[in-house]
Write a protein that binds this ligand. Structure first.
Ligand SMILES: C[S@@+](CC[C@H](N)C(=O)[O-])C[C@H]1O[C@@H](n2cnc3c(N)ncnc32)[C@H](O)[C@@H]1O
Length: 499
């Protein structure tokens, strides 16, 4: 592929989605869980954050709307993305977000990027392993110039260990797609077709390979926009964490934690035998390599810090005790077990049920939750409580608990719902901006649409059902969704302060 993208797909804009691990609050909590000193933003902090490769910008927009006192900057080189993102921000009246049309490779030539202030947080989701080396080098220079000492950087990327068996498949999809011609989404579909044909023809490296077949099944359900951006980039290349860390050392960045909080607990990721091997090595890169080989995940999502200061376990406990949590799901959704890399983690009901019951009345500080008289279990491990409840999608950290819903967030949610309903179905999670938490709340588009219609005065089941216009053959399912919204989700979102 030629043109201004330097090998990156530019003819098909990316899909709209919310990714919670890009939030500064979650980044800082994950860093502390990883044992690094990090400033967890409080409600009044005026932090500066930068998203690199923001696509249409939903993640940055939702964070800006939830935190009017933050300065949010977001960069993407595709003008189709930036045009929509700017219009979206203007329609929602957001004044604390700046979208820049800029290329990582040549950012020094761009006055808007040169003029960026020092950043407390930088995030890149779905960028690093899909772009050419020249763009990666630009990012390292940008991080070196713009991340403040102590600042955190989040990067998600394809990990070699999880991709090994799929690397030839990805190459085949790209090569077949290139030969098919046409738009990138068409190319990706043609490439996928060829892989399926070769599997049916018993190709030695594909047929009978469990990883390939389960991956192909998953990819069969993905939309073609995603497939185009996953497979049609010329420079796609998964990496090892240790190689990424070496590259990022050029910006004095050091790995501190996995963004998905549960992944920082060896007992949730590995079996006992695997942990014994993991603990043999004191250095964290070797530990992470062992962990990677024990875990079936293809996308890694990590936190790096510019200048790591380690904290002691006691200090970590004290910091995390002060985190406040808000319930963002109905209390009845508390699962009995949690899917973790090591299998299923049991959630002791005598410990978690009273905690979730308390959270169903208001947001609470972890310290106070662990002091509840009826809680049976370890009261000295706030890290695990936060990681497990967040891994179960039950809570989000709340940096302004018990404050009123913000006008910016409410307006943003209404504008976003209107825009996305007009656009039609989205496979990805979207989000409700929420000022009291400072953390947008993940929801499928239908949740956002129901909030929109409800706030516009349609408050009964049949009215809402009509408003969301389900297909004829899905009316019964849609009615269940509406009832669950009114009886279970709306009260939780109201309590968190998003509605
Ligand atoms: C897979 S998309 C991810 C978008 C968004 N982060 C998300 O997860 O929804 C990658 C994004 O990076 C942008 N991008 C790729 N190469 C770039 C470059 N050299 N400079 C700036 N943006 C780039 C693309 O336009 C695209 O929006």
């Amino acid at each position: 592929m030629s043109g201004w993208g330097g090998g990156y797909v530019t003819d098909i804009p990316y899909s709209i989605g919310w990714y919670r691990n890009q939030s500064p609050v979650r980044m800082a909590i994950a860093a502390v869980i990883g044992g690094a000193e990090a400033q967890i933003p409080t409600g009044d902090d005026t932090i500066a954050m930068l998203e690199l490769g923001c696509g249409y910008g939903l993640t940055s927009l939702a964070l800006a709307a939830s935190n009017p006192n933050w300065k949010v900057y977001a960069v993407d080189f595709n003008p189709a993305h930036i045009a929509v993102a700017r219009e979206w921000a203007a329609e929602a009246g957001l004044t604390n977000i700046t979208f820049i049309e800029g290329d990582f490779s040549t950012w020094e030539d761009d006055p808007a990027m040169r003029g960026l202030p020092a950043m407390d947080f930088v995030t890149l989701h779905g960028i690093w392993t899909w772009i050419p080396p020249v763009a990666q080098a630009g990012i390292v220079r940008l991080l070196a110039a713009k991340v403040r000492p102590g600042g955190l950087v989040h990067i998600s990327y394809n990990a070699i260990s999880g991709w090994t068996e799929m690397i030839p498949v990805a190459r085949l999809i790209r090569e077949a797609g290139r030969r098919a011609g046409g738009a990138s989404d068409h190319r990706a579909s043609e490439g996928m077709k060829l892989v399926r044909e070769l599997i049916a023809a018993d190709a030695h490296s594909l047929a009978g390979n469990r990883t390939v077949s389960s991956r192909m099944e998953m990819l069969g359900e993905a939309n073609t926009t995603y497939l185009a951006h996953e497979f049609m980039n010329e420079h796609w290349a998964p990496v090892f964490l240790s190689d990424l860390q070496e590259t990022l050392a050029g910006a004095k960045l050091e790995w501190v934690a996995a963004s998905e909080m549960t992944e920082n607990f060896p007992e949730l990721v590995m079996s006992e035998k695997q942990r014994e091997i993991f603990h043999r090595y004191p250095d964290r890169m070797m530990q992470e390599l062992v962990k990677d080989l024990c875990t079936p995940r293809s996308l890694r999502s990590d936190i790096f810090v510019r200048g790591a200061n380690r904290i002691r376990p006691h200090e970590r406990t004290q910091i995390l005790m002060d985190v406040a949590l808000a319930l963002v799901k109905p209390p009845g959704d508390l699962p009995k077990t949690l899917n973790v890399a090591a299998g299923q983690a049991e959630l002791n009901p005598e410990f978690y049920e009273p905690i979730v019951r308390a959270l169903s009345t208001r947001p609470w500080r972890v310290r106070d939750l662990l002091a509840l008289p009826n809680v049976i279990g370890r009261r000295d491990n706030p890290a695990e409580l936060i990681a497990i409840l967040s891994g179960a999608d039950m809570v989000e950290p709340a940096i302004r608990p018990m404050t009123a819903p913000g006008a910016e967030a409410i307006r943003f949610n209404m504008v976003t719902a209107r825009r996305l309903i007009r656009k039609g179905a989205s496979n990805s999670m979207v989000a409700l901006a929420c000022r009291p938490t400072g953390m947008p709340i993940a929801t499928p588009l239908v949740g956002l649409a129901l909030v929109y219609h409800y706030e516009n005065g349609i408050t009964d089941v049949e009215g809402l059902l009509e408003a969301i216009e389900p297909p004829e053959d899905r009316i019964d399912d849609a009615r269940k969704v509406v009832i669950a919204f009114l009886e279970r989700h709306l009260p939780a979102w109201r309590l968190a302060g998003a509605v």
